[in-house]
Design a protein around this ligand. Sequence first.
Ligand SMILES: [Zn+2]
Ligand SMILES: [Zn+2]
Length: 276
Amino acid sequence: MQIHETHCHSLYSGDVDKTRGASIDALCARACELGLGSIAVTDHLEIDQTMGNIFPPLDNEGIRRDVTAAKEKYSGKAEVVYGVELAQACHKMSKTQSILDEYKYDFIIGSVHCVRGFPDFSDMEYPAVSDGTLAHSWELYLAEMNEMVDWGGFDTLAHITYPYRYFHRHGREAIINVFEKGREQFEPVLRKIIHKGIALEVNTSGLRQHDGCTFPHTDLIKFYRELGGELVTVGSDAHYACDLAADIRETYLLLKELGFGSVVTFRERKPVFRDI
Ligand SMILES: [Zn+2]
Ligand SMILES: [Zn+2]
């Protein structure tokens, strides 16, 4: 069974530690070492550059140059996919559109890391924020995800339930109760992506970061399948070469148990089915 990495970050991403991060070339070299079938390089394009200003404008030119070079250098070894993690696309629609017009990505991940009026969920002052405010931010998260899916200019919906990670780390997860209410909370968005042919990402980062689950967790993946969903991308969200492809094989096995026969990668924005 060949493994495909669909979500990872190079030194171009603002949240990668400059002393430990890897260049695009180094990530692709590592992918070849691991025998991966393909690697999508998906640096953070945070449309509103949030998270305590650690996201300066992305060097889109540098990325395009490095990915183009890597595609050629590793051709015949691992397929290098020109991807991007596009976050908060709807916060500045004209900026989003002009970047997407200019850079012809193979693969676009759609993410919500923060909602209007709030910092990134990773960056909130949890002890100081009331339960009511956190509940409100979660409602906005669901609403903004629906808004982004209604727009639909991306290929896979990233790490749904993402705020759970931070609520959980601060002991506040009971506020959202996603394990019991997830089906109800995410049903509209899951139905929409299925209808639009947008894939669901299963993000494995929670397994190695001790969050205890993938994003989304197993029951929501199962629910997506029950609703008729067939397109799944699996990505580690590695920010360092040592985490590349982490837990992807195990997640493929889980998907098989849930009835999926394949995962997808993307080439020129079109799904490519990969047997698992
Ligand atoms: Zn993300
Ligand atoms: Zn990411």
